[in-house]
Design a protein around this ligand. Structure first.
Ligand code: PMP
Length: 445
């Protein structure tokens, strides 16, 4: 297996068919905002490993901290003893929390595992079982996380029965509910909150409902920010009915939306918050944050995991937190975000592309472009997709790749998402948006 082509062929034969892949190549190196492939290509990375390598690939301080920890202790098992970087990480994260009540931490490996832990904790804390999740929400592929995932059936198709006790609430976004574009955010918010009241009156009574689980900016469902008034309304209902609010910041956390955590845009307090992805810039680490008063209800031994809160991953995450402050990452996110929106909104006025663009939305550097149905009647309809001649977003992403930009699609609609590294330079961002604009023009013409 010497050359690139034979490696790819080997992978196609021996790696499970259950994995999707955006690039049929071997990724051999990552450096800052770029990745290098075994076939000699260099791609500008607007995927950041699906919102993970927020400080770019192989940030020297992060990789250096991990390497140093490797020479100290790799596996200080969390159910045997504390690990120093685990505790230092908590010390660094405490002042970043969206609410000072969030003072009790448990680290795991993946976002899905954090969701599993959050669901288990909500059940023990409240003594209740049911979970309300959002339509279009994504929380992972393990059994509990899969049950609360409502973004695409491919994640659950053939895997039923799922965990019971999960109820679904429509996400307040007008295009996907076939509402007129004139529908105001206030009207949408009222509609979704009314649906929540109905859900609690008709399907899962408050005395049976442990938690409501929400991504403050929906990720895999299409990069849709939740209206702050909706989140505030949900918080009020949770307080009134004794239901916990679980905020999933796995994708939207750690500066991705221009604040430390996306929930801060609404000022709403989470009872439980899940974190992962940007936390350790690529080292496997996730976490569940809650209140000590709540987690004191858990029996010792009821949480854990062989690799949970690995010391090397925690050391990397400590370095991430330091770089985040030292390099003023939030300032860069906000400056680049404005440039990104300006570039994408230009597609709405460009006569060659404006008909194709349904929406440009998002927060910070978690931004999406949704394409309109060629019939001019709103979004591509996922139900009639087999009748749509081609998957427009995939075609555009492929064209971008040919031109040197790695970019991903998302959701059942025709959506392309922008999740570049948070420390991307002005020039790199401009390079990527130029390629994207050209690709859209070429594909939709
Ligand atoms: N929650 C959200 C909001 C996510 O975006 C993801 C991953 N895309 C997950 C949970 C699951 O994380 P993981 O893939 O690390 O299990």
């Amino acid at each position: 297996l010497q050359n690139h082509a034979s490696l790819v062929e080997f992978g196609q034969k021996h790696v499970t068919h259950g994995l999707g892949r955006s690039v049929e190549a071997v990724m051999t190196k990552g450096e800052g905002s770029y990745v290098f492939l075994g076939d000699g290509r260099r791609l500008l990375d607007f995927s950041a490993g699906i919102g993970v390598t927020n400080l770019g690939h192989c940030h020297p301080k992060v990789s250096g901290a991990a390497a140093a920890q490797c020479m100290n202790i790799v596996h200080a098992q969390c159910s045997i003893a504390f690990a120093e970087p685990y505790l230092h990480l908590i010390e660094k994260l405490l002042p970043m929390m969206p609410d000072p009540s969030l003072d009790s931490f448990f680290f795991w490996n993946s976002g899905s595992e954090a969701i599993e832990a959050a669901i288990k904790m909500a059940r023990v804390i409240t003594g209740k079982q049911n979970i309300i999740a959002m339509q279009g929400g994504y929380h992972g592929r393990t059994f509990g996380a899969m049950a609360v995932t409502k973004s695409k059936t491919v994640y659950s198709e053939g895997f039923h029965p799922l965990m019971p006790g999960v109820y679904t609430l429509p996400y307040p976004y007008w295009h996907h509910h076939a509402l007129p574009p004139s529908t105001s955010v206030d009207e949408l918010t009222k509609l979704s909150l009314h649906q929540l009241s109905l859900l609690l009156a008709q399907q899962t009574a408050p005395r049976d409902t442990a938690a409501i689980l929400i991504e403050p900016v929906m990720g895999e469902g299409g990069y849709i920010p939740a209206p702050p008034a909706f989140l505030k309304g949900v918080r009020e209902i949770c307080d009134k009915e004794g239901i916990l609010l679980i905020i999933d910041e796995v994708q939207s956390g750690f500066g991705r939306t221009g604040k430390n955590f996306a929930i801060e845009h609404s000022g709403v307090r989470p009872d439980i918050m899940t974190i992962a992805k940007g936390l350790a810039n690529g080292f496997p680490l996730s976490g569940v944050v809650s209140k000590k008063e709540y987690t004191d209800k858990l029996k010792p031994g009821s949480m854990g995991g062989t690799y949970a809160g690995n010391a090397v991953a925690c050391a990397a995450a400590c370095a991430v937190a330091d770089v985040f402050r030292e390099e003023k990452i939030l300032d860069n996110v906000n400056a680049r975000s404005e440039e990104l929106f300006t570039a994408l909104n230009a597609l709405r006025t460009n006569p060659a592309t404006k008909e194709a663009i349904l929406d440009v939305r998002g927060k910070g550097l978690m931004v999406a472009v949704e394409f309109a149905s060629p019939k001019g009647t709103g979004p591509y309809d996922p139900f009639t997709k087999p009748n749509v001649p081609e998957k427009l977003a995939s075609k555009i992403a492929k064209r971008c790749q040919e031109k040197g930009l790695l970019i991903l699609t998302t959701s059942v609609y025709e959506v392309i998402r922008f999740i570049p590294p948070l420390n991307i330079s002005k020039e790199e961002l401009a390079e990527g948006t130029k390629i994207f604009a050209e690709a859209v023009e070429e594909v939709v013409k």
